[in-house]
Design a protein around this ligand. Structure first.
Ligand code: HEC
Length: 502
């Protein structure tokens, strides 16, 4: 080899290395991991960011990047083209425990403000929820201004933030585990609140001097405006009736007296005695809805004029078709069931790509999660039809045939007590090997019908399932008494009927 060839080769190698380091790492075409087939579109799914810890909210930022909160107290952004992440701010006073921590965020479209809300502890250890405004320049968040502070609790602290088309700050709050807060016009909990960007109360709020915009909410987990400016909110029900609501000025949504559609006998009198706005849709068994976003881009024609809704319990992305007036849900499609685990947040880029954040490192992960890559932000975007589907996904992969008792247990119990019956220590008691489950059946039936509370450190409660038929309760009781290591005797339909009357 000639002497001059050596440095030449060296230069060539360096150039190649530089190409791979600087250009390939910033490649635009990140690998498509799965393909979702709709009626006419094929959608590719690509991981944009991994190794996150419960990205609770994701927003499309003014710089074309995705800004996100993480539950432990940080605000960061990620470039969706390169995957490059940048930490913008950590808020040390954020108190994270179970469902508490750094939660919602919204970016003002005209002014350089972002609004975040989180839980913090007072010196006396009581929990508060704070809504704080930051002013941003390119990469800094400065001048925190506390807009509002309200009482919190060990659960049901909501929440989401949104900016209305008329530039107001919308904050949805949970009932702070006290149902009576929700209808009470004097309490800020269990409400959708509306404030000016400096925290003052707009003159055209329904109750003068009151931040309340709507009431009777249990625990709102998603907020989004449609292109017509209609506000929708997803909400967690108790043992039944998760909801999506069309939020209107001064409307009353029923909690705690009415769950879902006021279809039970014990609810009807209340629905008649005050003006009650029913949900646009309700789900029993519950699905644990989370973040929502409105879709109207032409990029995915099948999803136009729909609310995209993530869910935790059923780990799915739901596409809720709206009518032309955007005041009713006319259809529902279910995607991604279980494949990426719990889904917490969703946002849509101006050109119509959909971004979804997982929540597998939260306090209540599903079976098989978190995986190493968790938590992730994924992009869902059309791919050429000829693209080789790596892993085609079916709509509603949740529809598995299970025995009746097992199916009911999966719908109503395993979100807390888990499929293996082992629960979560300190929060949800194990039913496997549980003396009460294996003992005289009356106590077990009574707990299922009436719920139970007061024994868990974190304040978790067992919801009441009295809306289940005797046949369903019988199936659940026998399933729990015969599953895992449990070997108790079966009970009959008549037993449940009798116990219910006692
Ligand atoms: C939202 C979470 C949640 C769901 C859903 C749930 N439970 Fe529970 N369950 C709890 C909690 C929390 C407790 C403990 C309550 C307490 O005693 O303070 C509990 C307690 C129990 C107990 C009593 C255990 C003991 O040792 O005292 C039984 C039995 C039980 N649940 C069965 C069920 C069955 C069957 C279902 C489904 C129909 C179900 N649970 C659904 C949260 C849940």
């Amino acid at each position: 080899m000639k002497r001059t060839a050596v440095p030449l080769l060296l230069v060539l190698c360096l150039a190649l290395a530089a190409y791979f380091i600087f250009f390939r790492s910033k490649e635009k075409d990140r690998p498509v991991e799965a393909t979702l087939l709709l009626d006419s579109s094929a959608l590719g799914i690509t991981t944009i960011a991994s190794g996150l810890n419960v990205p609770w909210e994701i927003c499309w930022g003014p710089d074309g990047q995705i800004w996100f909160t993480e539950q432990s107290g940080s605000i960061s952004k990620v470039d969706p083209r390169t995957g490059e992440k940048k930490l913008l701010l950590t808020i040390p006073e954020v108190f994270r425990k179970r469902s508490l921590g750094m939660l919602g965020m919204a970016i003002h479209p005209q002014q350089p403000y972002i609004f975040v809300d989180y839980t913090a502890l007072k010196p006396d250890s009581s929990v508060v929820s704070k809504l704080v405004r930051y002013t941003y320049t390119a990469d800094t968040l400065k001048n925190p201004l506390l807009l509002m502070e309200l009482p919190g609790a060990t659960g049901h602290n909501g929440s989401r933030v949104a900016v209305s088309p008329d530039g107001k700050v919308i904050w949805s709050t949970g009932d702070a585990t006290r149902g009576a807060n929700a209808p009470d016009t004097a309490s800020p909990n269990g409400k959708v609140l509306r404030l000016n960007t400096d925290g003052s109360i707009p003159a055209d709020n329904p109750y003068p001097g009151n931040p309340m915009w709507s009431r009777g909410h249990r625990n709102i987990q998603g907020l989004a405006y449609t292109d017509k400016g209609h506000l929708f909110a997803s909400e967690h029900g108790d043992a039944m009736d998760d909801e999506i609501n069309y939020i209107q000025k001064a409307a009353f949504y029923g909690w705690p007296r009415i769950e879902g559609l006021a279809d039970r006998d014990d609810e009807k009198p209340y629905a008649d005695s005050f003006p009650f706005t029913p949900p646009a849709k309700a789900w029993t068994p519950t699905i644990a809805p989370a973040g929502i976003a409105y879709y109207h881009a032409s990029k995915i024609p099948e999803w136009q004029n729909a609310i995209l809704m993530t869910t935790l319990k059923t780990s799915s992305l739901r596409v809720l078709q709206l009518n032309a007036a955007q005041d009713a849900v006319t259809g529902e499609k279910i995607y991604l069931g279980g494949i990426f685990g719990r889904l917490r947040a969703v946002c849509v880029s101006p050109d119509g790509d959909v971004y979804v954040a997982t929540s597998n490192r939260d306090w209540n992960p599903g079976k098989g999660f978190p995986i190493e890559a968790d938590d992730r932000i994924i992009r869902i975007s059309p791919v050429a039809k000829t693209h080789n589907p790596i892993r085609p996904l079916k709509e509603d992969t949740l529809a598995v045939t299970l025995s009746k008792g097992q199916a009911l247990y999966k719908s109503y119990c395993d979100a807390c007590h888990k499929a293996d019956g082992k629960g979560i220590q300190g929060s949800f008691p194990a039913l496997d090997g549980n003396a009460l489950v294996n003992g005289k059946p009356q106590a077990l039936v009574k707990i299922i019908l009436n719920g139970q509370s007061g024994n868990m450190k974190g304040g978790e409660q067992m919801p009441a399932f009295k809306f289940l038929s005797d046949a369903d309760v019988t199936a659940i009781v026998n399933y729990t008494r015969k599953s895992w290591s449990n070997k108790a005797y079966e009970i009959s339909f008549e037993d449940v009927e009798r116990f219910r009357k006692r």
